[in-house]
Design a protein around this ligand. Structure first.
Ligand SMILES: C[S@@+](CC[C@H](N)C(=O)[O-])C[C@H]1O[C@@H](n2cnc3c(N)ncnc32)[C@H](O)[C@@H]1O
Length: 291
């Protein structure tokens, strides 16, 4: 499809989506009258972004925002593009809090202990590896406080920005691991949810194939088995007096069973653990709940 006002003809559905999102005009309207959308956004600016899209830059980075569990989050090159698996988890937790009969991602152990989890409403949720903030900020209304932690200063700035534009006023941000201890020792109970880097380094050569070439490698890869960062936080948790009332880790199908074994070996207090599948039926979430 071509348009006389465009010096470059739009070639694909994705290019129309880019234009619609940048111009903040519906896709239908953009398909009918692309020049209107181009004029609204700016001809030169759009051509620059179109060129980048054609070079392989992800659409979401070019638009600068994503929709996640019904809210819009700003993203940039420092943050991971949030994944559907994470949205599946977060939506399922939201359903749980809304009192739905469904348990979190069909968990047997949460189902069995859901009364306890509902009665002892947690004061705090700790989101480790928060990125642009999709997990903690989406769940903030179910907790008195949210602690968002990330190793990247740039990403934390983005999460702070998102908390402001989403009007979340009960969130704190830190890049220091010790903050977890400071926050958790003054509350009765807390949840820990972590989507840390979990991909084995051996998959680094497949970044183009998996379409993650433009994303920060520090958000994705974590050593030979993909569990280096997970191992670090297990060690931190093993030293803490106050352990979470529920811990949820998003992990890789190839290392999640090893991660479960590591939890059982490293965390002294008796926990039940279960591996849950994502929307594609792949083992993805490790759930840990005290007995
Ligand atoms: C897989 S991304 C997840 C981001 C976000 N939670 C999401 O779902 O979109 C992992 C995040 O963990 C952060 N990270 C990497 N190493 C870390 C560490 N040692 N401690 C805390 N965060 C870390 C990265 O900067 C990145 O933002």
């Amino acid at each position: 499809m071509t348009n006389s006002n465009l010096s470059i003809a739009l070639k694909s559905h994705q290019e129309y989506i880019l234009l619609a999102k940048l111009a903040k005009i519906s896709l239908n309207q953009t398909l009918i009258n692309p020049s209107l959308a181009i004029n609204k956004y700016g001809h030169k600016e759009f051509l620059e972004k179109l060129q980048k899209l054609r070079q392989g830059h992800p659409l979401d980075y070019l638009v600068g925002e994503v929709e996640f569990a019904g809210k819009v989050f700003k993203i940039n090159q420092h943050s991971l593009i949030p994944r559907e698996e994470t949205e599946y988890l977060v939506t399922s937790i939201q359903e749980f809090f809304k009192g739905s009969q469904k348990t979190i991602c069909s968990s047997q152990i949460i189902s069995k202990h859901s009364t306890r989890l509902h009665l002892n409403k947690p004061d705090l949720v700790v989101d480790i590896g928060c990125g642009c903030g999709v997990i903690g900020l989406s769940l903030s209304k179910y907790f008195k406080e949210v602690l968002m932690l990330d190793i990247s200063k740039e990403v934390l700035d983005l999460a702070v920005d998102n908390s402001k534009h989403l009007a979340v006023d009960n969130s704190s941000f830190s890049f220091k691991t010790e903050t977890i201890k400071t926050y958790t020792q003054v509350v009765d109970n807390y949840w820990l949810i972590a989507n840390l880097p979990y991909v084995p380094d051996s998959e680094k050569e497949k970044t183009v194939e998996f379409n993650v070439d433009y994303e920060p490698k520090s958000a994705i890869f974590a050593g030979q088995d993909g569990l280096d960062v997970y191992r670090f936080y297990l060690h931190e948790l093993s030293k803490m007096k106050q352990l979470p009332q529920l811990a949820v880790f998003e992990l890789h199908k190839d290392n999640i069973h090893k991660a479960q074994k590591l939890w059982n070996e490293n965390i002294n207090k008796d926990y039940m653990t279960e591996i849950l599948v994502d929307q594609n039926k792949l083992p993805r979430f490790l759930i840990c709940l005290p007995k």
